[in-house]
Write a protein that binds this ligand. Structure first.
Ligand code: Z5A
Length: 229
């Protein structure tokens, strides 16, 4: 089934993406949400970008090593897009077509924020790449975890320990602040799809807010579809 047909198929699963700056707690919240959806007897696929499919994981290695940066901002953007194309075609679209709930750690908003808003890559290139890689397959809900930049950097550094920072972790505070602002702007511009959530509390407190967003926006719709008219 083509990507756009899956987007229009009402029996498809639900697609939730998590976005936010470094160390904002996306992986932690995805794990907690997956447990709750599992308890609701929903079939869940947890995945991530860049990566999530064998081909895209090879590209992940390339970009996080800093190789992509050496090629320049446009080429690096195209690497993220190539990874997304493979991921959508081989993992996300098939899972949605089978009625699964797909929870994805980062997606197209990361390109909009990192390469677009912060990296100044031309919006026309981003639009074109989105058309090819995702078509109409937009997330049903995007959770944007909002956290003071210093807190995120501290959390990520604590988790990393003695390991070297990757290509994005080594950017300066100013870079991360621009990113945070970019995500707030995305949330403001697309309130129907995006939910900005204060991520400063404990993992459990943040998980309650995420769950409330999922219940409020997606679960009623899902149970209506599941029960006969
Ligand atoms: N990128 C891009 O430029 N363009 C694109 O199109 C895409 C991506 C798709 C991928 O990095 C990089 O690629 C990313 C953007 C760029 N760069 N950065 N930075 P990644 O996948 O390696 O990492 P990440 O996506 O940035 O996530 P992360 O740093 O791994 O963090 P996280 O998933 O948001 O957080 P976490 O792992 O759940 O939590 C971090 C630590 O904090 C950990 O020790 C937790 O136990 C702790 N934690 C979590 N929640 C809490 C709370 N509530 N309180 C206290 N401590 C907490």
């Amino acid at each position: 089934m083509a990507k756009n047909e899956i987007a229009e198929n009402s029996a498809r699963g639900r697609f939730i993406t998590f976005e936010g700056g470094e160390g904002s707690g996306k992986s932690t919240q995805i794990r907690l949400l997956a447990e709750r959806l599992d308890a609701e007897k929903l079939r869940v696929v947890v995945t991530r970008e860049p990566g999530g499919s064998p081909g895209a994981e090879i590209i992940r290695h390339l970009v996080l090593s800093g190789m992509g940066k050496l090629l320049g901002p446009e080429a690096e953007t195209m690497l993220f897009a190539a990874a997304r194309d493979d991921h959508v075609q081989t993992v996300i679209a098939p899972a949605l077509a089978q009625g699964m709930w797909v929870l994805c750690d980062r997606f197209a908003d990361s390109t909009r924020a990192y390469q677009g808003k912060v990296g100044q890559v031309d919006t026309r290139l981003l639009d074109g790449l989105e058309r090819v890689t995702i078509g109409d397959l937009k997330p049903d809900l995007t959770v944007i975890l909002d956290l003071p930049v210093e807190t995120g950097i501290m959390r990520a550094a604590a988790r990393r320990g003695a390991d070297a920072p990757d290509r994005f972790e080594s950017e300066q505070v100013d870079f991360h602040q621009k990113l945070c602002d970019a995500y707030r702007e995305i949330a403001l511009n697309e309130p129907q799809r995006c939910m900005l959530i204060d991520a400063a509390g404990t993992p459990e407190e943040v998980a309650e807010k995420v769950w409330a967003a999922v219940q409020g926006r997606l679960l009623p719709l899902h149970s209506n579809e599941a029960s006969p008219a």
